[in-house]
Design a protein around this ligand. Structure first.
Ligand SMILES: *Cc1c(COP(=O)(O)O)cnc(C)c1O
Length: 368
């Protein structure tokens, strides 16, 4: 049997008949920038996240960058970022003129460790970025408690957490603002690059609208220097169609996660992801930890099971951050994790036979 890591084509087949007429209308009207699908998507996505405002932008990285800029980050200002995340989280801080400061993650849920925040705070710290990694919300109440004590804001990186819940609250409604990515492989993926910010703060939303469009609210009148960071109309149209399917796609992923957990529960060599009881994850990725990871990955590949690593090198050991002089040993949880993690196939269209086969192959491989 062949189990791909991801089957993006299957998702497009589901939505194609609904997306094509919208794209045809956009082509016929040549309304490529702005327009009813941008406004419509912003309204629908804000509602889905239970946030008051949504600002659609070009991708998830600029969504985060614009948030930091709108919050008035100044050169030298520090923003705390978990050390195990995609580099976009820290890139966005730097692009906005700030300095990312890394903090280690929890060994079970993989999210930022609230107990390690305080020792990373300095007089230059302005805020904390909580990443809801792999689709499970970070412990927002504990993060917010530390932030409150030190007068910091909390930004959510919700790029992997569309509609994920924490204590009944949705990702995108829990911080001062949240950055979302609609890169095609995300749970809600566009047909190209797109992203969005959600926030309950109307002034922040207004500033974000300016930042994405050359600092202007009115064409050719510029209140500040901004960027070209708009979302394309064809992406917003496709996203509106896909948003309708997102709850059922996420539910499928939850079913798959439960099946993985049931089948692997009695395999002690495979450490399953920790799930908080007060969270409803959306399983962007299903990540386990094992010894001899590279051998296991190889033997799965030989049996037709594709897997991936998220992420093979923690941020502090990336060449891009060599200037920080953070040696191996600085963040032991993330480092151990980078050696041991393995992402198993996870997407709505996966079927039970495929999951059974992945688990059977994994069990054989870890016992070899
Ligand atoms: C995908 C991702 C981003 C960046 O989104 P893009 O749309 O690719 O720019 C940021 N943070 C995390 C955690 C991501 O997974």
């Amino acid at each position: 049997m062949n189990v791909p890591f991801l089957d993006l084509k299957a998702q497009q087949r589901t939505v194609k008949a609904e997306v094509m007429p919208l794209w045809e209308e956009i082509l016929d009207s040549a309304a490529f920038v702005g327009g009813k699908h941008i406004c419509g998507f912003e309204e629908e996505f804000a509602q889905a996240c239970r946030a008051l405002h949504c600002v659609a932008v070009a991708n998830g990285t600029v969504a985060l960058q614009f948030i930091f800029e709108a919050l008035g980050l100044k050169p030298g200002d520090e923003v705390i970022v978990p050390v195990n995340t995609f580099i976009a989280t820290s890139e966005a801080v730097s692009a906005a003129g700030g300095k990312p400061v890394f903090v280690d993650v929890l060994p079970d849920t993989y999210n930022i460790d609230p107990a390690k925040l305080e020792s990373a705070i300095t007089p230059k710290t302005r805020g904390i970025t909580a990443v809801h990694l792999y689709g499970q919300p970070a412990d927002m109440d504990s993060v917010a408690a530390v932030a409150g004590e030190f007068g910091l804001w909390v930004v959510e990186d919700a790029a992997q957490a569309h509609l994920a819940e924490y204590k009944g609250r949705r990702a995108g409604s829990m911080g001062i603002a949240a950055g979302f990515s609609f890169y095609p492989v995300k749970n809600l993926g566009a047909c190209g690059d797109a992203g969005a910010v959600t926030t309950n703060d109307p002034d922040l939303a207004e500033m974000l609208r300016k930042l994405r469009d050359h600092g202007s609210a009115k064409k050719y009148y510029h209140d500040l220097e901004g960027y070209n960071g708009r979302c394309a109309a064809i992406q917003a149209a496709a996203l509106r169609v896909k948003l309708k399917y997102l709850p059922q796609w996420n539910e499928k992923r939850r079913q798959h996660a439960r099946r993985y957990m049931d089948l692997l529960e009695d395999v002690p060599e495979v450490v399953l992801p920790g799930v908080r009881e007060d969270c409803t994850p959306i399983w962007h990725l299903f990540v386990v930890q094992i010894d001899n990871r590279d051998c296991v990955q190889q033997s799965l590949a030989e049996k037709g099971v594709a897997t991936a690593l998220h992420y093979p090198v923690p941020l502090h050991l990336q060449r891009a951050y060599a200037h920080m002089n953070l040696a191996e040993g600085a963040f032991p949880v993330a480092e151990a994790y980078a050696r041991r993690l393995l992402s198993l196939p996870m997407y709505a269209e996966l079927n039970d036979d495929q999951i059974d086969y992945v688990c059977q192959c994994l069990e054989e491989a870890v016992r070899k």
